[in-house]
Design a protein around this ligand. Structure first.
Ligand code: NAG
Length: 399
């Protein structure tokens, strides 16, 4: 009884503000049943509080929403709750129940202790610590088939542990969202790809693949991953591979980048990539489509005014819109906070029209019930020997 009551009191205290500070490196998710966008953390860090910031935005029930005058609610930590520390660039994913999100690791506020894995229930407004695993930074994560999957990332001094060396990871981690067991996703039938970090990842349901695009890799020094070097992880067959033979229909490949975003388009055939930065932190605001079946990139011409160039932004999909939120350019937070891309007409707009679909009446748990059952043989039987042999360890000052 204790915790839900706390949550309700907390709800009542949630303050409404006209504008939220610009930021980057946060995590954002759309909670369908309550029609709210939730965002967490990001930089610059506040000097007032070391608690992980939580704020939410109601999506207009029916009609036009003006993204230039958004009213975010800031949600204070319930007294006695064990919130993580303010952080950016953490592992972030919805947990598949259309209520909770999961965060782990990230760059923590100056002098703050590390963040282990936490869930946050958006209905209860409460955090829960789920594990004690070694935190990691700039690791993309997605929810698919009863688990949160992440690939790559870096362990370094930013995560709040005393670290002398930087560890790079070239293996996926599977977090079972029922048991919250977490383990390396080892493969006996394939070799592991190179370690990457600050990349983007999507889950392609038609192929049962995790697809990892871009970011950095280490080739005697940190370099951006080429856009025809795409990692694919089959989460039915436990197999790592590359989408070899990737080409571009637009003359050249997309510019290499990190801190970009990727989602699946409504047909689940294309990856929609937006933005990112080059190695000088110069941002981009282009849209590229990656056709998974033909392994081709195509630059997508859009209509309207796109958001300014950026990386370390967030995207959420609400109905037929991809909403771009926050972001960074040359080390500073971008001024324009939100812009929507209509995925049917490829038009950017600051006035999306919501409510044409009947999302509101959909019951929670419907998605879960229709999730396909995973093939057997998925066990997290990683042995120490295997783990050591697949992780790259590099002295920090070489980076
Ligand atoms: C999670 O763990 C439970 C209990 O061991 C198991 O039944 C379920 O299949 C697991 N889910 C996944 C996605 O591995």
């Amino acid at each position: 009884m204790y915790k839900p009551i706390l949550g309700l009191i907390c709800l009542a205290l949630a303050g409404t503000v006209q504008a939220i500070e610009s930021r980057y490196g946060q995590g954002c998710a759309y909670i369908k049943h309550s029609r709210e966008i939730y965002c967490f953390g990001g930089e610059p860090f506040s000097s007032a509080s070391n608690d992980m910031p939580v704020f939410s935005l109601d999506i207009t029930d029916k009609g036009t929403m003006d993204l230039k005058t958004l009213e975010w609610k800031t949600i204070p930590k319930a007294s006695g709750d064990v919130a993580p520390q303010a952080a950016s660039k953490f592992m972030f994913s919805p947990t598949g129940d259309d209520d909770s999100i999961y965060i782990e690791g990230g760059k923590v506020c100056p002098g703050c202790p590390p963040n282990y894995g936490y869930t946050y229930s958006t209905s209860k407004k409460l955090w829960k610590q789920m594990n004690n695993y070694k935190p990691i930074v700039t690791t993309p994560a997605v929810y698919a088939n009863g688990a949160i999957w992440s690939f790559g990332g870096v362990t370094d001094s930013q995560i709040g542990l005393p670290q002398k060396i930087t560890t790079l990871y070239n293996i996926a981690v599977k977090i079972n969202t029922t048991t919250w067991n977490q383990g390396y996703y080892t493969s006996e039938t394939s070799t592991y790809p190179q370690a990457t970090w600050d990349s983007s990842m999507v889950y392609s349901p038609l192929d049962n693949l995790l697809i990892v695009i871009g970011g950095y890799e280490y080739l005697e020094k940190s370099v951006l991953v080429k856009m025809d070097d795409i990692i694919a992880i089959d989460i039915g067959e436990k197999k790592y591979s590359k989408l070899t033979g990737t080409t571009s229909l637009s003359g050249s490949l997309p510019e290499s980048r990190h801190g970009h975003t990727a989602i699946m388009d409504p047909t689940n055939k294309f990856v929609v990539m937006f933005g990112g930065c080059d190695s000088n932190m110069v941002g981009m605001n282009d849209i590229w489509l990656y056709n998974i079946e033909s392994r081709t990139w195509e630059k997508k011409n859009t209509y309207g005014t796109p958001p300014s160039k950026r990386c370390r932004h967030s995207v959420v999909v609400v109905e037929n819109y991809m909403i771009v939120l926050f972001g960074e350019y040359l080390g500073y937070a971008t001024d324009d906070i939100a812009m929507a891309l209509d995925l049917n007409t490829w038009t950017w707009t600051s006035q999306p029209v919501f409510g044409s679909q009947t999302n509101k009446v959909e019951k929670r748990g419907v998605e879960e019930a229709t999730t396909t059952v995973e093939s057997s043989g998925l066990s997290t039987k990683a042995t120490t020997g295997v783990i050591v042999s697949v992780i790259f360890v590099i002295i920090a000052n070489l980076l």
